[in-house]
Design a protein around this ligand. Sequence first.
Ligand SMILES: *Cc1c(COP(=O)(O)O)cnc(C)c1O
Ligand code: SF4
Length: 334
Amino acid sequence: MQRTLEKSLSTEWQSELARAVRDAAELCRLLDLPAELAEAAARAAGDFSLCVPRPYLRRIRPGDPRDPLLLQVFPQAVEMALVPGFEPDPLGESSSMPEKGLLWKYRGRILVVAAGCCAVHCRFCFRRHFPYSGGDCGDVSWESILQRVRNEPSVREVILSGGDPLTLPDEEIGSIMLRFEEIPHISRVRIHSRLPIMIPDRITDQLPAVLRASRLSAMMVVHANHPAEIDDAVAAALGRLVDAGIPVLSQGVLLRGVNDRVETLAALYERLADLRVMPYYLHQLDRVAGAAHFEVPIDEGIALVRRLRARLPGYAVPRYVRETQCGSSKETLA
Ligand SMILES: *Cc1c(COP(=O)(O)O)cnc(C)c1O
Ligand code: SF4
């Protein structure tokens, strides 16, 4: 008992992960939402359960079922609608895994599904039907992946994705980096994570040090969709990374009802630029079953990004992209 207590004290963020709200009725109580919504949410969640960490929940406006932060995490009846063109595995990822945990699609970089868990369940997630939601967290064949990478000198960069790789403890991130450090042609590690937004305490003082200790250059890509996601604690967490010399980029998904207005996107990217976080990608929604209600038509997305470009400095405008099943890179739309 004593040991458990010490452990949870030393890693505050891990207790936040464990304390995430997973019950729709509790969420509705905490946010002053009608109890009928909870019943509908419980039915709509299906095999992708509700999961909302409390530091994020505190940024949601109580009593507003249309709050853009709430919409991203709260299951709605429309998720159950079958919409033609929206499929369980829209990118055919389950068939492009040559080793367990490895996605290898683009030249020069590999993507490792380093963790099966996330801090939050985003309702629009293109991996929402991925087998790992069944619970085989972080089931990665490291030895076979390393062997493949050793034999492929064109690979320079390792992308840790998931799930969310920052659900792994600092020590484990460090040991993953060590494994790749031994391969001479690998020079960079990129971490894709939504945790700095969800539970900003995840950016411990130790984490930037772990990343800097490696021979590999580390960079972070944080997933942010709306300016209200970034409160003072998130700003401080991003600052800890940037101050440590770790480049931080942002990516997001264009979502109906969440960030499909030019004012919202401009506020998001202004705020990120103020925090020295540079935009990278704004993704067109992947057409995953259950997420059709989030889709913004591509021509509307292109118009939005053009208007954004007319308002912000060039460096503060993300590239609007879409993932494709084949192709040598993501497709730039604007
Ligand atoms: C998006 C993605 C990458 C990274 O692409 P970049 O354009 O380098 O950001 C790598 N592998 C897979 C499988 C991806 O989906
Ligand atoms: S954090 Fe990323 S991987 Fe996890 S559910 Fe959200 S979008 Fe999907």
